[in-house]
Design a protein around this ligand. Structure first.
Ligand code: FE2
Length: 441
């Protein structure tokens, strides 16, 4: 990003909005496309339907999907907005009606937004193809499903009622949550992982996912850790979208969790030392991401949770020095015996935690920032008519992301190394595979 000389804001250069939806068939081909090349690449990214007027951040844009399809040596491209319910409402009204996460708000300042806590589902963060469904994902709500051949939006995807439509909050009382459907809902992360079927095991591939919800908590208030605790609903779906596993993992305090790690037996969440005070959001003054703060005096917590609650494996939390982790590259298990490591605890005695043989160590490669990049300073300020402040945005000041390897000893130790090359992992998890979608002809 430092070297993109023509980029001065989230609305210029490579970030500039695309205002056309195109369908182009039979692109000119130079040379010959190998006959075996058959399928479609798809990409989803933020693209604001309305040119930004007030405060704006890149991540607020409406989802736009681009598809590049190859079949029988012919190439076709198409792009389309993800037509969420909120998008269609705004398109019909001709103006921004909904609040967003990072900066965008309806015009009128706090007077327009006071007490309105509903967010627009922008469906802009990721796209996956699993179990026959092409889904656009946004972590604070439910996915939108598209028709692969046309990119036509088919509607909100609740996975046969598993996900209740609504916002990523919970009262902590299931009956109350159900009564508040539409406001309180079950979100789905934008970064689920496909766990490839294991040799000798039945069941095929699985989609491992979670939904993050902030839980209003009197206990949290009393303990001085803010207004919220957190709930992470862990899901595993088979290729027919049946729910193979679903259970809530409760964490103390607010957790800004955007991604996670899946290994053969565990999932891992990094809980950054962040807090969230919603007061100015409820008052209509600022949006949620602008109100997240970072406390470098607290450690980052790594929660190691067994995928199978009945496996007998323990859930545990390890602390690492304060840092901010937004994304992970991979994770896998490495057996202590196989790796030649000594068995036994830190002092050479018995292990302090029960672990199964062959999975004493988890290896995680993560993208790490030394501190939280406050969204408020990276958001175009309101009333920036002459774009002066916009042009003052210093992309060079964005903290450096560093690929970092964490080796987590399940006997309750953790070591951290930076900039390591990553070896082949013994068990495969992957982000997405988008082969064999139908090309349009
Ligand atoms: Fe992401």
């Amino acid at each position: 990003m430092r070297n993109m000389v023509n980029v001065v804001s989230y609305a210029d250069g490579v970030y500039a909005r695309v205002d056309e939806e195109l369908e182009v068939h039979d692109l000119a081909v130079v040379g010959e496309i190998p006959a075996a090349l058959d399928g479609m690449f798809v990409q989803n990214s933020p693209n604001p339907y309305f040119p930004p007027k007030g405060a704006y951040h890149w991540f607020d844009g409406d989802g736009m999907v681009h598809a590049f399809a190859i079949r029988d040596g012919r190439v076709h491209v198409r792009n389309a907005f993800v037509r969420t319910a909120e998008y269609e409402e705004e398109e019909a009204a001709g103006r921004v009606l909904w609040r967003n996460t990072f900066g965008t708000q309806p015009v009128g300042g706090w007077r327009s937004n006071l007490g309105n806590v509903m967010q627009k589902n922008v469906a802009n963060t990721n796209i996956i193809f699993f179990g026959g469904k092409l889904l656009c994902l946004w972590e604070a709500a439910q996915p939108y499903r598209l028709e692969p051949a046309t990119l036509r939006t088919l509607g909100l995807e609740t996975i046969d009622g598993t996900l209740q439509p609504g916002m990523p909050f919970t009262t902590g009382v299931p009956a109350l949550d159900k009564a508040a459907a539409g406001v309180v809902g079950d979100p789905l992360t934008a970064h689920p992982k496909v766990d490839r079927g294991r040799e000798g095991e039945e069941g095929g591939d699985r989609l491992v996912a979670y939904g993050y919800r902030a839980k209003a908590s009197a206990a949290a208030l009393a303990a001085g850790r803010g207004a919220f605790d957190s709930e992470l609903m862990l899901y595993e779906f088979d290729e027919a979208w049946r729910v193979v596993a679903r259970r809530p993992i409760e964490l103390e305090g607010f957790a800004f969790v955007h991604d996670f790690v899946v290994t053969e037996h565990y999932v891992l969440w990094f809980q950054n030392p962040c807090d969230f005070d919603p007061t100015l959001y409820v008052l209509g003054e600022k949006n949620p991401a602008q109100l997240i703060t970072y406390d470098a005096t607290r450690p980052t917590l790594v929660h190691v949770v067994p995928r199978d609650a009945a496996s007998g494996r323990a859930q545990r939390t390890v602390e690492i020095p304060a840092c901010f982790v937004f994304h992970h590259a991979r994770g896998f298990e490495r057996g202590g015996a196989e790796g030649g490591a000594e068995r036994g605890g830190a002092e050479g005695g018995a292990p302090s935690c029960e672990v199964a043989p062959g999975e004493e160590r988890l290896v995680v490669d993560s993208v790490v920032l030394e501190a939280f990049p406050a969204f408020d300073t990276l958001t175009r300020p309101p009333d920036d008519a002459d774009r002066a402040a916009l042009k003052a945005l210093d992309f060079g000041a964005v903290p450096i992301n560093r690929l970092t390897r964490f080796e987590i000893d399940l006997r309750c130790k953790v070591s951290r190394k930076s900039k390591q090359r990553t070896p082949t992992r013994p068990h495969s998890t992957t982000y997405r595979q988008l082969n064999n979608l139908l090309a349009t002809t």
